[in-house]
Ligand binder design. Structure first.
Ligand code: TXA
Ligand code: MG
Length: 323
C-alpha cells in the first residue's frame, strides 16, 4: 500500500525521459504515453526485457507485442518487406493510431512476435513517445495494464495497476484517442483489419481506394491474436444495454453515451453529451476506471452507434461484457 502511495510519475521533461531511457537500456521496463493508450515499453531487440513485459502484465500466453518506432529508418530494422499498400498507409497515417503487420526481420526476437513470421509495427504521434524512442531505439510495448484489465489512458491508471510491480511511467497527460490503434495486416498485398481501433475502417478503405476493407474474424486464416473475448474487462461485471436506463437497477454504475439517465445510480459517466464518437472514445477507459472504482457491483453500459469510431468502442464494450 505504502509503495503505491509513494510511486510518482516522471515528468515528460529531459530528466524524466533520460531516466526512463536509462532503465530501458539496462533491460528494464518503462511505461510511456501514446496518443491511443499508455504503453509498457522494453527494448524491441532484448528478449529478456520482453519477458519482463509478460511478467509485469501477468499475460498468461506469449501474445505478440507491437514494436514502436520513431522514424522510417527504424522500420527497415524490424520489417523485411513492406508491401505497396502498407507503404501507402504508413505515408498517410504515420505517425498515428495505425499498426501494420509486416514480414519480420530475424533481428526481432521470437518472444516479441510469439514465433510468428510477422511483426506488428506502429509509429506513434505522441511527442513524449517519439522523444523516448529516439533515445532508446524501437520499443516493444503492449498497453500498460495488467492482463485482462482496463487499458490505461492516464499515468495514474498505469501506476494503480503496475506501480506496485515497480514499473515507472512518464506522465504525458490523458491519451487523446483513448482506444488502441487499428491493426492492419496484408493478405496477398490487400489490407485486412485484425483489430478495430482509433483509426476508422472507412479511412483505411478510402486511402487504399477500396469501398470496404476486409475484417478478419476470430479464427480466420489470418491470425488475430490477443483477441481474447474478455480482453478489456473491468473488475466488476458489465452489461451492455440499449440507451435509456430502463433495464438498470438502482445502485448500479452507469455508462451513458449522451444523456444522463434518470434514477439512482452509484455513479454515472456520460461519454459525450454532444454525441461525438471521438470524444466518447477518448473518455471510454477513464470512465470505466471510475465506474469500476465506484464500489458498484455491476456496470450497465449503453450501446453507442455502430459507425465510425463507434465500432471500435462497441468492440471493447462487448469484450468487457463477455467476461
Ligand atoms: O494503441 C496500441 O496499439 C497500444 C499502444 C501502446 O501502442 N498497444 C496495444 O498493444 O494495444 P497490445 O499488446 O495491448 O495489443 C497488441 C495487439 C495484440 O492483440 C497482438 O496480438 C497484436 O497486436 N499483434 C502483435 N503482433 C502481431 C502479429 N505479428 N500479427 C498479428 N497480430 C499481432
Ligand atoms: Mg491491451
Amino acid at each position: 500500500m505504502l509503495k503505491v502511495a509513494i510511486m510518482k510519475a516522471l515528468r515528460p521533461d529531459a530528466r524524466g525521459l533520460a531516466r526512463a531511457a536509462a532503465v530501458i537500456k539496462r533491460g528494464g521496463l518503462a511505461a510511456f504515453p501514446t496518443e491511443t493508450v499508455y504503453g509498457l515499453g522494453a527494448s524491441a531487440f532484448d528478449p529478456a526485457a520482453a519477458a519482463g513485459i509478460f511478467e509485469a502484465k501477468g499475460r498468461p500466453h506469449f501474445d505478440p507485442l507491437i514494436v514502436h518506432i520513431s522514424g522510417l529508418r527504424q522500420l527497415r530494422s524490424v520489417a523485411a518487406e513492406v508491401p505497396p499498400a502498407a507503404a501507402l498507409l504508413a505515408r498517410r497515417f504515420w505517425p498515428g493510431p495505425l499498426t501494420l503487420v509486416l514480414k519480420k526481420r530475424t533481428s526481432v526476437p521470437d518472444i516479441i512476435t510469439s514465433g510468428l513470421p510477422t511483426v506488428a509495427v506502429r509509429m506513434p504521434a505522441h511527442p513524449v513517445a517519439v522523444r523516448l524512442i529516439k533515445l532508446t531505439g524501437p520499443l516493444a510495448a503492449p498497453s500498460a495494464n495488467r492482463f485482462g484489465a482496463l487499458s490505461p489512458t492516464t499515468a495514474e491508471h498505469v501506476l494503480r495497476q503496475l506501480g506496485p510491480r515497480g514499473v515507472i511511467v512518464i506522465d504525458g497527460g490523458p491519451a487523446r484517442h483513448g482506444i488502441e490503434s487499428t491493426i492492419v495486416s496484408f493478405d496477398r498485398g490487400r489490407p485486412v483489419i485484425l483489430r478495430r481501433g482509433a483509426l476508422p475502417d472507412a479511412e483505411i478503405a478510402a486511402a487504399c481506394g477500396l469501398r470496404k476493407v476486409r475484417l478478419a474474424r476470430p479464427g480466420a486464416r489470418v491470425r488475430a491474436p490477443g483477441q481474447f473475448r474478455t480482453h478489456y474487462a473491468p473488475s466488476v461485471p458489465l452489461k451492455l444495454i440499449k440507451p435509456g436506463a430502463a433495464a438498470a437497477p438502482r445502485g448500479a454504475a452507469y455508462l451513458a453515451f449522451r444523456r444522463r439517465p434518470e434514477g439512482e445510480f452509484r455513479r454515472v459517466e456520460v461519454l459525450s453529451q454532444s454525441g461525438d464518437l471521438r470524444e466518447a472514445a477518448a473518455n471510454l477507459f477513464s470512465a470505466l476506471h471510475r465506474l469500476e472504482m465506484s464500489g458498484a457491483k455491476v456496470i450497465y453500459a449503453e450501446r453507442v452507434p455502430a459507425r465510425g469510431l463507434g465500432l471500435g468502442i462497441l468492440d471493447r464494450l462487448r469484450r468487457a461484457a463477455a467476461r
